[in-house]
Design a protein. Structure first.
Length: 116
């Protein structure tokens, strides 16, 4: 029988398998010590203009682009990360701390790790 896993469980598996990579190690630490205070928008606004590594697990698989610049001031309802956008609506904060933000929706989990 197949076990149903959540996006957050899949994210944990991905970072656990790659924990020698600093960004993955930071995410694994955050998942083991979650601090769910705050909102995604607040974290993005605070870090506007900074570069992040994004680790995303969702229906399309796993995606981990690096060096993307946070633009949280162009739109109030979403963040721009270079050429892509992420709506704030529908995401629940799992961990929000100075260097790492982890959010989850119904079918996607995303970790944002500051690079600088």
């Amino acid at each position: 029988m197949d076990t149903i896993t959540t996006p957050l469980q899949r994210l944990r598996d991905v970072v656990r398998q790659n924990d020698t990579i600093t960004a993955c190690s930071n995410v694994l630490d955050a998942l083991n010590n979650p601090r769910p205070a705050g909102r995604m928008r607040d974290w993005m606004t605070l870090n506007h203009g900074r570069k992040v590594t994004t680790i995303q697990v969702g229906p399309g698989g796993t995606w981990a682009p690096t060096g993307r610049t946070i633009d949280a001031k162009t739109r109030a309802t979403m963040v721009r990360l270079d050429g892509s956008t992420r709506e704030y609506a529908g995401f629940r904060v799992i961990h929000a701390y100075p260097r790492v933000l982890i959010v989850e929706s119904v079918d996607t989990a995303v970790a944002y790790v500051l690079e600088d």
